[in-house]
Design a protein around this ligand. Sequence first.
Ligand code: 5AD
Ligand code: SF4
Length: 435
Amino acid sequence: MSMTYYIHVYGCQMNVHDSEIISGILELEGFSSTEDPESADVILLVSCAVREHAETRVLGRLSQLGGWWRGRKSGKPLMVLCGCVAQEHGDGLLKRFRDLDLVVGPDCYRDLPGLIRGSARISVVDFREGDYTGIEPVRVEFPRAYVTIMRGCDNFCSYCIVPYVRGRERSRKSDVILSEVAALSEGGYGEITLLGQNVNSYHDEKISFPLLLRRVASAAGTSWIRFVTSHPKDLGRETVEVMASEKNICRYLHLPFQSGSDVILKKMNRGYTVQEYLERIEVLREAMPDIVLSTDVIAGFPGESEEDFQKTADLLEKVRFDNAFLFKYSERSGTTACGLEDSVPEEERLARLNHLQELQRMITIEKSGELLGRTLRILITGPAKKPRQQAGRTEGNRIVILDDTDFCPGSFLNVKITRADGWTHFGEPCGNMES
Ligand code: 5AD
Ligand code: SF4
């Protein structure tokens, strides 16, 4: 009988896709997946270290698993911690969690089958050159697929742990990316998202990001293309031109600004000013007036004064993003910001975060309201909560729910928006797009 594994993932899209790669590696070696941790031979957690809260959650789960398996009929499963927390703490985790068997960092997943079959309790967290080319990921989100174009990050934003746990920036070969994209499009995937910590600095010999994007758009046929994450300092006009001219590149961009104060941006080592950020937004909106924009913001970075914070709130109001991911600053050990003085008290960080959340909630509602009565194209992504309900996504990544429909995941259709509730919208199929 083959060994069964249960995998649970925390964190960003990169981690979700890494877990698809882990499944690919294991299944190639004869392991089979199970949704039931109770019966699994191996339990894998793919962890996120970007903020303390994410790390606490996975470590909490590890402690809880230690107590839990003792009541299991099938005895102790092999427990494996993968992902960024594995890379961050390595060996130390084996000492801290006595039921944990393996700690495996993001570059070492190819070793998993051997490590699982072996008997050593070890941590394998080297940074390695290669990527996972040749591994067929076991995709879990049909008709949405991810393709990694680069791994790691060289930016060292002062608050961010990513360069330490995911290593230096490495771009994948463009011909491999293009053939993966073409195969996904032929396989009926309606949406393909290119992944990288900073996609705009992609480089494979003479091929930079805008050219890669152009080629990906043509390899993708009628499938939609998205890409995350863009860095304002590296988002050039050429990329905007490619987005505006290629029909299947979604008119959607996630462009984190992090802070609306130049003083804080400098301390964050972001490499742009508020003015420069606003110029990028202007170029994007000029080229694509209907572009949907989202962003990331951090409240309460060390030294952030009331005035600096107000500038962040002002920027949210000025740009009126369709959606925003808002965080309170979290110290990550080893990062340069971690040693900075003038830390903002925890309650104040929380108060600032709440303020931004309320502000953005109103903006999101207003912007969603503007869509009532409009016809938008959506990709059906799968069943929603209620029977005969289907969920879909617009080009702008908005969620749209349709009642009483039997369209299959992967189909594109036009819908009229009838109601909106924040980022979730409700609609009815309709024949014609408005002009
Ligand atoms: N504290 C709070 N938020 C952070 N992010 C990254 N590091 C931290 C941190 N130490 C946020 C940034 C980034 C997003 C993925 O997570 O906004 O864009
Ligand atoms: Fe972290 Fe900055 Fe790299 Fe993004 S660009 S992963 S925030 S260091």
